[in-house]
Design a protein around this ligand. Structure first.
Ligand code: FAD
Length: 284
């Protein structure tokens, strides 16, 4: 949402204004950050997994009816109802060549999304599975959004540029090794049958990461916030677009870095703040 001083509250597509302005005059490239997610999948010695209904139309039909009639059953659940937030150890080789990109000493570097079955592709065709998708929360690769035309309604060029830093690749490889250590704990004895991936060396794991990693849909930073007097960034800390009169941006694009959490709550937080700023400005 954008708020225009002349027209009071007006909903427009603010990013177009920003891309146009900066693309036209500065040929600027904005940062654009995505989480990266890698599927780690094992076959299991149980048939009490999602596959019980995904591979059986009669059961999935019955489960759908259960949801429609009572809002219960497997469809009342999410695809990953257990999560973990994990830091690389301070002496991890992943952190040895660079400054820790996490927000603080207790901020997680990666997340575990634990599913009682297959969650994200590639999907084997049959069997029962456990998935622990590992998600890098502190990626250091930056993508870009650039304009391709002086027409503000022409589609921009979006380059997610995932896995373009050593840290991101090494971090995802370490996240895979970490969940493998996790499932080798005695508590899993007899449950886990085999790993669906047999990549083990650094080179094999890097190839696995590069061929299977996907986004977890949390892009931010295309209109990043920066200090009022900073020569970079798009909005100031009051969410006003720099160099444009009377225009604020209030959406996930203003976050300069990804929070180590799913982005919805962070958006709520600064949207509430924005509403206060706007009310004060207009003396509402
Ligand atoms: C598939 C998916 C799953 C996700 N899951 C989670 C999750 O589980 N937890 C979590 O925390 N986050 C999740 N996210 C991320 C979260 O949804 C986003 O970070 C958040 O919604 C961003 O908020 P926003 O206000 O920036 O943009 P949006 O929520 O996208 O809001 C933008 C709004 O602007 C409207 N709009 C666009 N153009 C115009 C126009 N020209 N005029 C008027 N209106 C316009 C759109 O219709 C939309 O309603 C998920 C995202 C995706 C895509």
């Amino acid at each position: 949402m954008a708020v225009n001083r002349r027209n009071k509250v007006q909903v427009v597509q603010p990013s177009l204004v920003v891309w146009y302005k900066y693309g036209q005059f500065r040929r600027n490239r904005f940062c654009n950050r995505f989480w990266r997610a890698v599927p780690n999948v094992w076959t299991v010695n149980s048939n009490d997994t999602f596959e019980k209904f995904t591979e059986n139309p009669t059961v999935s039909e019955a489960d759908l009816k259960l949801w429609q009639n009572n809002k219960t059953g497997v469809f009342a659940n999410s695809i990953a109802n257990n999560v973990g937030w994990v830091r690389f150890p301070n002496d991890s080789s992943v952190l040895s060549n660079q400054e820790d990109p996490a927000a603080g000493p207790h901020t997680a570097h990666f997340e575990l999304l634990i599913s009682n079955g297959l969650s994200i592709p590639p999907f084997p065709t049959a069997g029962n599975f456990l998935s622990i998708t590992t998600v890098l929360l502190t990626p250091t690769s930056r993508g870009s959004v650039t304009i391709n035309s002086s027409d503000p309604f022409a589609a921009p060029l979006i380059d997610p540029n995932m896995l373009s830093t050593e840290f991101d690749v090494a971090g995802l490889i370490e996240s895979i090794r970490s969940v493998r250590r996790f499932v080798s704990a005695p508590a899993w004895d007899g449950y886990i049958a085999t790993s669906v991936t047999n990549a083990t060396t650094d080179a094999e794991l890097e190839a696995f990461v590069r061929s299977t990693t996907s986004t977890l849909f949390h892009p931010v930073g295309t209109a990043a916030m920066s200090a009022k007097d900073a020569g970079y960034g798009v909005v100031d800390p009051d969410l006003r677009v720099k160099g444009v009169d009377g225009l604020r941006i209030v959406d996930a694009s203003v976050l300069p870095f990804l929070p180590a959490a799913h982005t919805q709550a962070a958006v709520y937080v600064f949207a509430e703040r924005a509403s206060d700023l706007i009310k004060v400005f207009w003396k509402i």
